[in-house]
Design a protein around this ligand. Sequence first.
Ligand code: PGA
Length: 256
Amino acid sequence: MRPFVVAANWKMHKSPAETGAFFEAFLPKLEASGIAKDPAFRKVLFFVPALDLYVAQKLVKGSHVCVGAQNVYWETKGAFTGENSPAVLAELATPYALVGHSERRALFGETDDQTAKKVKALHAVGITPMLCVGETLEEREGGRTNEVIVRQLQAGLAERDATKRIIVAYEPVWAIGTGKVATPDQAGEAHAVLRKALATLGSAALADATPILYGGSVKPENSAEIARQKDIDGFLVGGASLEVDSFLALCQTAKA
Ligand code: PGA
């Protein structure tokens, strides 16, 4: 059975001190709720800014929460000013990293080829990539949603180590940070397309084992309806992950 994954993407929010205050309040509440007790069934992840990783990692030690990186470079070391080494992320015991988030693609020019290199580099050091895919409004209105997300998925998987795990996040670009959430039907359809593509590009076993998360304006008020879709295995959450109570509520969303 695939785990239900609730992942926070803090983007460029929270200092080390704010990270400390968040986890001090959040972790006791999460443990008290009992929902994360079986990490094989429900995973709670935080993609924190690189400068908060070290501190966050110490704070969550011994809890049911994992901390991951928002970005990684594909070389291990060298003259790459400002980049994050996959080897250093591994040394920090970071089990997950985002790849190909639409903000990286749109604002920093990350290409499909680069996502492939990042997935390969993460697998080489034992980190699970969460590959983000999603269409723009123009692509959706032009009827190109399926073509775009399958292309991004195929590119991202091209150099992976097929013996290692990946997570996929479907995030329609027009729904990110806009308050416009995809309808359950729109999200459900895209997830079904991605699940089928995983089987075609990899295997039935890959399609069955890979969690596909939905992201884009997920909030406690809309999460239950989204989670009801058959192929939706969790959420990737920006804005609503920054407050303890709203993110805790999302972690408690029932998967019908
Ligand atoms: P949002 O961001 O929840 O604020 O829309 C989601 C994301 O970018 O991962």
